[in-house]
Design a protein around this ligand. Structure first.
Ligand code: AMP
Ligand code: ZN
Length: 469
């Protein structure tokens, strides 16, 4: 089955057909590195990880570009306040961003271009737009894109532009713009600001031009997929289309995908609202990275995800259920031949899983397909019908699942905790052998406090975390 994706531009589901067969080129708007990312930002980056992994699982050679916005008004202000250069200030948060990606097992993009590293490409693009008559200059030396010069303006967001003229907020230093909707391609330097040379005076690029210049530099003037959060649709992506298509005369991105927001109590999670958690906040509260990854991937990307701690506990319990199943599969007793019915059931599960993801990354259906199969396979194991001969069929589904969701292997921190727990269990075993029942009971109590359930089996003690622990 072909991969279908919902294109914001056409407002319909389209079959993914890349420009070059077998290759998927995508541009994913990245972070502004002036602070730690919050888990709302990370939801969008995880949606892009899901997309990337599904494309890979379907055999595409993926080229992903994610920009790092390392110069803007906020960065300039904050760097100045901390007495650092822009580069010193942003390098801390760039590093933190990559640490977060690693913690959440986000596959690395092929390119992470920085704005400050691509000033020349942006200057060239502004010159191209200038030559084609799409720009004008204001007295302060800034250069603006004249949206009236691009008839397609508004095609992505479909917002009513007529009402904007009166309603738009006009910043004080933008008083001489021809139209409030016009946006800066190049901002003239103000005294004391870090600035770059260009053929049209010292200054720095606007935010939007960054993504047009860098996507085209790495992916070509037309490429397959462009993504971001829904808040990027207007004005950011609308402006990217205007600049890029006005300069090249060709279509820019062929499919646009937008992730809905992560919300808290009905409101978008945002730094400005103060209702945010960073990944570090959640880790400090003892949540495991793979539970956070699972939660952020468990809701369809075009639906809002309401963040709650109860939801995070449920995600942890879901992972525990899966890990338990993985262990049971590993411990299946020897057997002569696979059970045909179980192989067929596993094959169907894998098909349902892949079909759900092919249906515009329908993650909740994909996960449901896996959990229903786990329930059926567990029943077969309970009833003694399964053996090690069934392992390849079962593991094929688990591998397909984990290639995309990547939550089955424990986090490093968990492994360290696991070692500690194993030590307690070994100690309890030793106490039992020595018939020191008081000590054995005390150790069991200690394990229970840690949320560990110990089962004594003929093969020795087995332990698992009680759900939510
Ligand atoms: P920023 O670092 O502010 O440029 O944002 C990086 C990305 O996070 C953008 O693609 C935004 O659309 C996305 N984003 C911001 N807030 C949220 C949220 N509450 N939920 C999901 N995505 C978000
Ligand atoms: Zn962008």
């Amino acid at each position: 089955m072909a991969l279908a994706l919902y294109d914001t531009l056409r407002r319909e589901r389209v079959t993914f057909e890349p420009l070059e067969p077998g290759c998927a080129r995508m541009y994913t708007c990245g972070p502004t590195v002036h602070d730690f990312a919050h888990i709302g930002n990370l939801r969008t980056f995880l949606f892009e990880d899901l997309l990337r992994r599904v494309l890979e699982a379907r055999g595409y050679d993926v080229t992903q570009v994610m920009n790092l916005t390392d110069v803007d008004d906020k960065i300039i202000q904050k760097a100045r306040a901390s007495g650092e250069t822009i580069a010193e200030f942003t390098s801390r948060y760039t590093q933190a961003f990559f640490e977060d990606l690693t913690t959440l097992r986000v596959e690395r993009a092929e390119h992470y271009p920085t704005a400050t590293g691509h000033i020349d490409a942006m200057v060239d693009l502004v010159k191209r737009l200038e030559a084609a008559g799409h720009t004008y200059r204001t007295d302060d030396g800034s250069i603006w894109f004249r949206i009236a010069s691009f008839p397609g303006y508004g095609k992505l967001s479909r917002i009513d532009l007529s009402g904007m003229r009166d309603g738009a907020r006009v910043e004080s230093d933008e008083y001489d713009k021809e139209d409030p909707k016009d946006f800066a391609l190049w901002k003239a330097a103000k005294p004391g600001e870090e600035a770059w040379d260009s053929g049209f005076g010292r200054g720095r690029p606007g935010w939007h031009i960054e993504c047009s210049a860098m996507s085209m530099a790495y992916l070509g003037e037309t490429f397959d997929i462009h993504t971001g959060g829904v808040d990027n649709i207007f004005p950011h992506h609308e402006n990217e289309i205007a600049q890029s298509e006005a300069a090249t005369g060709r279509p820019f991105a062929r499919i646009w995908l937008h992730a809905e927001h992560l919300i808290v109590d009905g409101q978008k999670m945002a730094k400005s609202l103060g209702n945010f958690f960073t990944l570090r906040d959640l880790l400090e509260r003892g949540y495991r990275p793979r539970a956070i990854r699972y939660l952020l991937l468990s809701v369809h990307y075009r639906q809002q995800l309401n963040f709650t701690f109860a939801g995070l506990d449920q995600a942890a319990a879901s992972i525990e259920r899966l890990s338990d199943f993985v262990r049971r599969v590993e411990e299946l007793p020897p057997g002569a031949a696979p059970v045909e019915e179980l192989a067929a059931r596993s094959h169907r599960a894998r098909e349902a899983f892949e079909e759900a993801l092919d249906d515009d990354l329908n993650t909740s259906r994909a996960l449901a397909a896996v959990f229903e199969w786990v329930r059926d396979a567990n029943r077969a194991i309970d009833e003694g019908r399964a053996s090690a001969a069934d392992r390849p069929a079962l593991e094929a589904v688990l591998e397909a699942f984990d290639a995309v969701y990547d939550v089955l292997t424990p986090d490093a921190e968990e492994l360290r905790l696991d070692e500690g727990i194993q030590a307690l269990i070994d100690e309890r075993e030793a106490a039992r052998r020595e018939r020191d029942w008081n000590r054995a009971d005390a150790l069991r109590g200690r394990l229970e406090e840690l949320g560990i359930v110990v089962e004594d089996t003929p093969a020795g003690p087995r332990w698992k975390r009680s759900p939510g622990a």
